[in-house]
Design a protein around this ligand. Structure first.
Ligand code: F6P
Length: 361
């Protein structure tokens, strides 16, 4: 008996979405003679409003190396899913109706934290759902690795590498801001890979005095330049102590003063060291281009593992990686949980051992 599978890509894009969809599709086409894949356009929007296209095997050819998503994506916040749209449409009921009208056997959701919360909601509402862990941030609970992360780390690393040569020529302090939303995985990895001197993460609040001390120490040792890798969610010790409401107010004030956190760090460190500072923000380039080899392999494995779950009719799971093996984790266990960097983990300790400052001690 054949299968009818719905698929959508939701939230911020990444390099390896197409590679993952290809992994699912190729495996299903390989397993069954009669497979129909429905691609919903622009994430959950397509499922809500019945905007989709019936995919053909050729749609999944030649896309292993193609970044972005052939289905398009959009952000549909989980917290608004229970709120009717401008025309009073109940979005959850609409999604269930589309699923039922199309007689789907399963819906495959490629998405990050918010998207997997909605996937869990739909699973609780009785739909057969399988999640696949997409995000450059690597902050999805229940999986060691998300697809998109390694490709984005490569780009951030390359950005810091490029800064290294010009920083060395001019003898300046450079601050490179790395994406990652509320977590520091990308900054930690790219910072170590590119030999940053200071790494500032949301999980390890920094003291500007400590950062300045390490920059001054380098200068005293005759080093003409320094590189600071700053996570976009980095926070000072002072701010981290504020109660939630006050912190929100402070961050809103900072947003009026600086385009982003790297500029704030730049001002603090410039004043404390007297050195010439430059700020670089690679921004969305980190989500662009082709997936790296690691992600192509990861996406192929995760996609194939998702197809296997479909063949066994095992639904309600996120397909993830544990100890380099594909695994399944109930969506209900991961929904709403953030995987953050542990300030005491061995990677941070080893980075400190080679002399990288995290601005905390
Ligand atoms: O979650 C991926 C991510 O790129 C984050 O690292 C970043 O904070 C955010 O998305 C940017 O979102 P947008 O593309 O909506 O500006």
């Amino acid at each position: 008996m054949g299968k009818r599978i719905g698929m959508l890509t939701s939230g911020g894009d990444c390099q390896s979405l197409n590679a993952t969809m290809r992994g699912v599709a190729k495996s299903l086409y390989h397993m069954y003679d009669d497979v129909e894949i429905i691609g919903f356009l622009e994430g959950y929007k397509g499922l809500i409003y019945g905007d989709y296209k019936v995919m053909k095997p050729r749609d999944f050819s030649g896309i292993l190396t193609q970044g972005g998503t052939i289905l398009g994506t959009s952000r549909q916040p989980f917290k608004l899913m229970r709120t009717p749209d401008a025309n009073g449409l109940d979005k959850v009921e609409a999604m269930k109706n589309t699923y039922k009208q199309l007689k789907l056997d399963c819906l495959v959701v490629l998405g990050g934290n918010g998207s997997q919360k909605t996937a869990n909601l739909l699973s609780e509402e009785g739909l057969n759902v399988i999640g696949l862990p997409k995000t450059i941030d690597n902050d999805l609970w229940g999986t060691d690795m998300t697809f998109g992360f390694q490709s984005a780390v490569d780009i951030a690393t390359n950005a810091i590498d490029c800064i290294h040569t010009t920083a060395a020529s001019h003898g300046r302090v450079f601050i490179v801001e790395v994406m990652g939303h509320k977590v520091g995985w990308m900054t930690l990895h790219a910072g170590i890979a590119a030999g940053a001197d200071v790494i500032l993460l949301p999980e390890i609040p920094y003291d500007p005095q400590v950062v300045a001390k390490s920059i001054k120490k380098r200068a005293a040792e005759g080093k003409r330049f320094s590189i600071i890798a700053v996570a976009e969610g980095a926070i000072s010790k002072e701010d981290a102590k504020l109660p939630k409401k006050q912190l929100k107010k402070k961050l809103a004030e900072d947003a009026q003063l600086y385009p982003s956190v790297a500029y704030k760090v730049g001002k603090e460190i410039g004043e404390l060291t007297g050195q010439e500072i430059r700020v670089t923000v690679p921004g969305h380039t980190q989500r662009g281009g082709s997936p790296c080899a690691y992600d192509r392999v990861l996406s192929t494995r995760l996609g194939a593992a998702a197809a296997e779950l479909i063949s066994k009719k095992e639904y309600g799971y996120l397909v993830g990686m544990k100890n380099n093996e594909t695994t399944k984790i109930p969506l209900s266990e991961i929904a709403g949980k953030l995987k953050m960097v542990d300030a005491e983990c061995s990677l941070v300790k080893e980075a400190k051992l080679v002399g990288i400052s995290f601005g905390d001690e």
